[in-house]
Design a protein around this ligand. Structure first.
Ligand code: GLU
Length: 577
């Protein structure tokens, strides 16, 4: 996603909001001591300990879309596994939150197989077509009628199918049909979609497919309105009946190819037919008694998380407190160093040798640690001198199986064109390839993440599972481009170091380290004292609207009780039963 330019000061509207916040807080009535005491006693009585009482459950789902969460829970209530629930959730999310993901995109799915106490990882990210015009990628952005150039071969359908084969208990058609029905009978417009339809109407309406479904009579469908997508419903019905072949071959495949080519793209029928997901070994680190499993290349997200964990011990971070400038600066420096590694070393592991073990090795991290200090800040290229739609979903079943999956069409409504007959919003994932000019500050002529036929562009998506004694204790991930990895790292630390529940962790303000600027970007409302503290350490402070970055988290206690939470920033939906 395009992460906007930033300034050292709060934006205009933010300034106004800050002023308003002060005025409102002055209006708070003073609570008399006796009433206060009663309130405290009452609140204590309202603070029960058991997870079930706190609204936890044996099964849990957290997604960005209420319809998707409800249909996924229903799958598990009918005896389905976390994988059955995830297939339904991801496909339904694609129907009802098409801003973020869908069968025209791809993603990564990390599964904890409880019976085998093993993590399984599937990469179903889009690949570049064989006929990609590599040279043209240096001259991005492409014009509106050329966005098909950014469309990679969608991996979603084959990916979900393979996950279902791994651990699905219900029949394939049974897990796909609810999504088809949702498209056919209609789904309520959620807040994020409603806001985007309203805010970006001029641009989005240019695509007849999007206009026909979401702009009845030329006006954006409003939050809560029921919307039907009959073309997509038919596509999903075919996929339910015939599996991936209904997508990668035949009418739907032809429609995808023709639509991409009309938009300047190079996709062919052979590209679609040949697409295969890739099983990958999860990136694993043992940290403070936990086993953390996360996403290896072609994502940079897991590397950023693992390097951060390896640089610091729990106590070292805990001593500062989560809201302190010292803690945030230490994590920011770790993330900057990891971003430098991303730019220098990461590419598609099937096209480029990526030595992850070396990148996270103890020796290397020890050397790096020596360069990090509480009283100074590095520019990103100064590290490593030794040598930006999206939907995250989590499902957890009563047997201990957990799926944490990030799926995306990249930007808002992907490449912003829909396939003509099959109603598919196509991705613009290939925009994640890196230009030469981006790696020039690192003294490099070419990026390991350069566009190449068949290559997967480097991602930030970071599906992560934390395991203790062979049991998942935390599963999470998020959306929001390069903020995904910085958010995931912070949420892991918030839970493991500071003991925050998913809901508490998501309620806290967080920060962001952009890949190309020297800032630490705070969330609106951060106190002035924090800004001053960070500046005293050499940090350059900016502000960042976190509205399109959202995390989903599920924590599980030793009895198997689950606490799920969805990020309020994108109005997600967590359900526990
Ligand atoms: N394409 C991005 C990635 O794979 C995700 C899209 C976004 O969230 O902006 O990292």
């Amino acid at each position: 996603m395009g992460l906007g330019l930033t300034s050292r000061r709060a934006f205009g509207p933010e300034k106004r909001r800050q002023r308003e916040r002060v005025i409102r807080s002055r209006r708070f009535p003073v609570v008399p001591a006796a009433v206060g005491a009663v309130l405290v006693v009452g609140l204590l009585a309202l603070a029960p300990k058991s997870v079930a009482q706190r609204g936890g459950g044996r099964i849990a789902v957290a997604t960005e879309n209420k319809s998707a969460s409800q249909l996924a829970i229903a799958q598990m209530q009918k005896g389905g596994t976390a994988v059955d629930a995830m297939v339904t959730a991801a496909l339904s999310g694609g129907v009802a939150s098409p801003t973020s993901s869908g069968v025209g995109g791809g993603g990564f799915g990390l599964v904890w197989i409880a019976a085998e106490r093993r993590a399984y990882l599937l990469d179903f990210r889009e690949t570049a077509p064989k006929g990609i015009d590599v040279a043209a990628f240096e001259n991005r952005p492409f014009s509106k009628d050329q966005l098909g150039r950014l469309s990679g071969v969608p991996g979603e359908v084959r990916g979900l199918y393979q996950l279902h084969k791994l651990l699905g208990k219900r029949k394939w058609n049974e897990v796909v049909e609810p999504a088809a029905r949702l498209a056919k009978t209609g789904f309520p417009v959620v807040r994020h979609l409603g806001n985007m339809l309203k805010g970006y109407g001029k641009r989005l309406k240019q695509d007849p497919g999007v206009a026909g479904v979401y702009y009845p009579n030329g006006r954006p469908a409003a939050v809560g309105n029921l919307v039907k997508n009959p073309a997509l419903a038919r596509t999903l019905e075919k996929i339910a009946a015939s599996g991936p072949a209904a997508f990668y071959e035949g009418d739907v495949a032809s429609d995808i190819v023709e639509s991409a080519r009309k938009n300047g793209g190079a996709l062919t029928l052979a590209d679609l037919k040949d697409y295969r997901p890739a099983e990958r070994k999860p990136l694993h680190v043992r940290w403070e008694g936990y086993d953390v499993y996360t996403m290896p290349p072609p994502s940079a997200g897991g590397l950023m998380l693992v390097q951060t964990l390896k640089l610091y011990k729990k106590a070292e971070l805990a001593q500062h407190g989560i809201d302190s400038g010292a803690y945030q600066h230490l994590v920011a420096e770790a993330l900057r160093a990891a971003i430098a590694d991303r730019m220098r070393y990461l590419g598609d592991p099937d096209k480029e040798k990526v030595d992850v073990a070396k990148l996270v090795s103890d020796e290397r991290m020890a050397l790096r640690k020596k360069r990090i200090a509480l009283d100074r800040t590095h520019g990103i290229p100064r590290f490593g001198l030794e040598g930006a739609g999206t939907h995250h979903l989590v499902t957890a079943d009563a047997l201990g199986n957990v799926v944490t999956l990030t799926t995306t069409v990249n930007r808002l409504f992907g490449a912003k064109y829909t396939t003509e007959k099959s109603g598919i919003v196509m991705n613009d994932e290939l925009d994640d390839f890196t230009t030469k000019s981006s790696v020039a500050p690192f003294g490099m002529k070419e990026s390991p993440n350069r566009p190449r036929p068949g290559a997967r562009p480097v991602s930030s998506m970071t599906p992560t599972i934390v395991v203790k004694n062979g049991r998942v204790v935390l599963a999470l991930g998020g959306s929001g481009g390069t903020a995904i990895a910085t958010n995931t790292t912070q949420m892991v630390l918030s839970n493991l170091v500071f003991g925050n529940s998913p809901k508490q962790a998501l309620a806290k303000r967080r920060f962001y380290i952009p890949t190309r600027q020297a800032y630490i970007m705070l969330e609106q409302g951060a106190p002035k004292s924090l800004v001053r503290d960070l500046e005293s350490r050499g940090e350059i402070v900016g502000f960042f609207p976190f509205k399109t970055t959202a995390m989903q988290m599920v924590a599980i206690d030793e009895r198997g009780h689950k606490l799920a939470a969805s990020d309020p920033r994108k109005h997600g939906s967590a359900i526990m039963r």
